[in-house]
Design a protein around this ligand. Structure first.
Ligand code: BDR
Ligand code: CA
Length: 314
């Protein structure tokens, strides 16, 4: 049997409860080789998201280097954290142990640029946060785009409502100029947006099945309880689940066949009055030979089975 080498990725996060699950998934998957992790503001400020990322890596016993990244969007003021969703500490206000791991010396943007240049055409960027770090790398080195294998981006809403405004999803809305730059860069891009992430659900009852022997079990149970409660408050029809936004993007990096995609021109709105941060997916003339691979359907059973194995749900 020929063996398939693990896919080399850089994971860009704003850790965050669902980012924490994405980190656990990525660092435990034998099908992925996490070269480095970059952080940014978003669910909380960059110091907090970086601390949370270091903590998860430490609990997992991972030596993967972690690079602190952007503290604010490219051109706008940051709109601030979302403690009502991710807690003040970004991890559902679960008690956190002290972290001893340190960030790597280089900055996230420099790291992304240098790693892509050192491995041309080899590296996939999995972004589960604002696209500020990637946009800054492209501004810094405009030739870089040609050497990125693919971006798998948790972000956007194609044919469904947004989660910050009726038209915008948080990772795109949080820095639409950066997203516009990345979406127009010509880099092959898979958009893993709300159309599919809302199909992959983690229920409160699932948390009891997390292997008690794992070092992150207590933390993730508490953090996710808080996160699910936030979803229930937002929508009284929610019967006790949260979407697995960020882990799904990581899972698609491992197995792209988990989602069905269609290729369309996609533009990010950043001057609209009512549509700021909207991913405008132009499907009127049908699919196009170039454009963004927009994920529209998820093989829910296969994704959840893989997710459970990777994170240790018994
Ligand atoms: C995305 O926004 C962030 O709050 C989550 O971590 C996820 O990356 C969902 O819209
Ligand atoms: Ca995130």
């Amino acid at each position: 049997m020929p063996t398939v080498s693990p896919r080399p990725i850089i994971l860009d996060v704003d850790t965050g409860v669902d980012d924490a699950w994405a980190l656990v998934y990525a660092l435990r998957s034998p099908a992925l080789k996490v070269l480095g992790i970059t952080t940014g503001y978003g669910n909380a400020d960059v110091d907090t998201t970086t601390r949370n990322t270091l903590l998860l890596a430490e609990l997992l016993g991972s030596e993967v280097p972690i690079y602190r990244g952007s503290a604010e969007p490219l051109f706008r003021a940051w709109s601030g954290p979302v403690p009502q969703i991710h807690g003040v500490n970004g991890l559902g206000d679960a008690p956190l142990p002290l972290v001893t791991r340190q960030t790597a010396d280089s900055d996230a943007v420099q790291y992304i640029r240098d790693t892509i240049r050192a491995n041309p055409g080899q590296v996939t960027l999995v972004t589960v946060a604002r696209l500020t770090n990637v946009a800054r790398a492209l501004l810094y080195d405009p030739g870089l785009a040609a050497h990125i294998d693919r971006i798998i981006c948790m972000g956007g809403a194609a044919f469904c409502p947004g989660n910050v405004t009726p038209t915008a999803e948080a990772n795109i809305w949080g820095d639409p100029e950066a997203a516009d730059l990345v979406f127009r860069s010509g880099i092959p891009l898979t958009m893993v947006g709300l159309d599919v992430t809302h199909q992959g659900r983690l229920y409160q009852r699932d948390l009891a099945q997390l292997d008690p022997a794992l070092p992150y079990t207590e933390l993730l149970r508490r953090a996710t309880d808080f996160y699910i409660e936030a979803y229930i408050k937002e929508d009284p029809r929610n019967d006790g689940w949260c979407p697995l936004h960020d882990p799904l993007a990581v899972a698609v990096a491992e197995d792209p066949t988990l989602v069905r995609t269609e290729r369309y021109p996609v533009r990010v709105e950043h001057t609209g009055v009512w549509t700021d941060g909207m991913t405008v997916v132009d499907a009127r003339w049908g699919q196009t030979p170039t454009g963004v691979d927009v994920a529209l359907d998820l093989d829910v059973d296969r994704f959840l089975a893989l997710f459970r194995t990777r994170v240790g749900l018994l």
